[in-house]
Write a protein that binds this ligand. Structure first.
Ligand SMILES: C[S@@+](CC[C@H](N)C(=O)[O-])C[C@H]1O[C@@H](n2cnc3c(N)ncnc32)[C@H](O)[C@@H]1O
Length: 301
C-alpha cells in the first residue's frame, strides 16, 4: 500500500444558484507537489459551477469599483487568479503564494491565455506578512486562510492595503467534500465517514482554523460584512475522467496521511480505490461529490 500524507477539501453551493462542483480546498498543508497543483486545477474543472457562481457574484458586487488591481491570497495553481483576470477586464491580478511550483502554473496559464501582462505571481510566506503590494480594489482568498498561522493578522494587512470601497471575498469550507456512496460494495459501509473523522481529528491539530467562523474575523479586521453565502456542491459526474482523477488525488493524499489513524481494512479498500484494478475510482460510475463551501463578502468602508 502506499500511504503518505493528508489532504483537506471542501465545497459548496449557492443558496440560490446551484453549483455543480466545488473547489478544492483540501489540500494538505505543507505538502506541495504536482499532485496538489493538479488537484487544485481539477477543482476548478470538476467544480466549475461553484467557481463560476462564486466569482460571478463577486464580479457583480464589484461592478462599481475602478478595478485596477486584484489580489489572490494563497493563489495555488491560479484557478481563481485566471478567472478573475478574465472577469475583470483590464485589471492587474497579483497572485501570492509561498509555493513557486504553484506560481509557475499561474504564470504558464496567464501566458497561454494572453493574460501575462496583467497577472503577476509573487512568492511570499504569508505567515511572515503580506508582501509589498500596491493598493488593491478586490481581494480573493480561497481555501487559503485556514492554512495560515495567524489569519487575523493577514486580514488586517489586506484591509490596510485595500482602497476604501474595496472588497474582500473569503472562500472556505467547514468540512471536506465527500466523494463516495456510503456503501461502496467493497469493505465495510461508511468508509468515507471514518476517513473524514480521522481527517477532522488531524485538522484539529494541524489546521485549527478550518471551519472557523469567518464573518466576525473579517469584522474584527475592520471590514463591513456584506453577505456570507453557502454554496452547495452536488455533482454526480458519472464516469468522468476529470472527476475520477480529482477523487483519486484526494484519496491518495488522505491515504498518505492516515497510516496510523485508520483501520487496516479501510486502508486496503482505499488502496483499491486509488489503484487501477476493478474497484478503481476510475471505473466507478457512482461518484457523488457533495458538500458545502462558504464565501464571505466584505467591504472596506
Ligand atoms: C488549498 S490551496 C488553495 C489554492 C487556491 N486559492 C484555490 O482555491 O484553488 C492553499 C494554498 O495556500 C498556500 N499557502 C498555504 N500557506 C501559505 C503561506 N503561509 N504563505 C503563502 N501561501 C500559503 C498553499 O501553497 C496553497 O497553494
Amino acid at each position: 500500500m502506499t500511504h503518505a500524507h493528508h489532504a483537506h477539501g471542501g465545497h459548496a453551493h449557492d443558496d440560490h444558484a446551484r453549483a455543480d462542483n466545488a473547489p478544492a480546498d483540501n489540500a494538505p498543508a505543507g505538502q506541495d507537489d504536482a499532485g496538489l497543483a493538479d488537484m487544485l486545477d481539477l477543482d476548478g474543472v470538476v467544480l466549475r459551477d461553484y467557481w463560476s457562481s462564486a466569482l460571478t457574484w463577486l464580479r457583480r458586487a464589484a461592478r462599481h469599483l475602478p478595478r485596477t488591481r486584484l489580489l489572490d491570497v494563497g493563489a495555488g495553481s491560479g484557478v481563481g487568479t485566471i478567472a478573475l483576470a478574465q472577469r475583470f477586464d483590464g485589471a492587474e491580478v497579483v497572485a501570492v503564494d509561498q509555493d513557486e511550483q504553484m506560481l509557475d502554473r499561474v504564470r504558464g496559464k496567464a501566458l497561454d491565455l494572453g493574460l501575462a501582462p496583467r497577472v503577476r505571481a509573487v512568492q511570499a510566506d504569508l505567515d511572515l506578512g503580506l508582501p509589498p503590494v500596491e493598493p488593491v480594489d478586490v481581494c480573493w482568498a480561497s481555501m487559503s486562510m485556514h492554512h495560515l498561522a495567524n489569519p487575523d493578522r493577514l486580514l488586517g494587512e489586506v484591509f490596510a492595503t485595500t482602497r476604501p470601497g474595496g472588497l474582500l471575498a473569503v472562500a472556505e469550507f467547514a468540512e471536506p467534500l465527500r466523494h463516495l456512496p456510503d456503501d461502496l460494495g467493497v469493505g465495510r459501509p461508511g468508509l468515507e465517514d471514518r476517513l473524514l473523522t480521522a481527517l477532522n481529528h488531524q485538522h484539529a491539530h494541524e489546521l485549527p482554523e478550518i471551519g472557523a467562523d469567518w464573518p466576525p474575523r473579517l469584522t474584527a479586521a475592520g471590514y463591513t460584512v456584506l453577505e456570507h453565502r453557502t454554496f452547495r456542491i452536488d455533482v454526480r459526474p458519472g464516469r468522468d475522467a476529470d472527476a475520477a482523477r480529482y477523487a483519486q488525488l484526494w484519496f491518495e493524499r488522505l491515504a498518505q496521511g492516515f497510516t496510523d489513524s485508520v483501520a487496516d481494512d479501510d486502508l486496503e479498500v482505499l488502496d483499491l480505490l486509488i489503484g487501477d484494478g476493478p474497484q478503481s475510482l476510475r471505473r466507478r460510475e457512482d461518484l457523488h461529490l457533495h458538500g458545502e463551501r462558504t464565501v464571505t463578502l466584505a467591504r472596506r468602508e
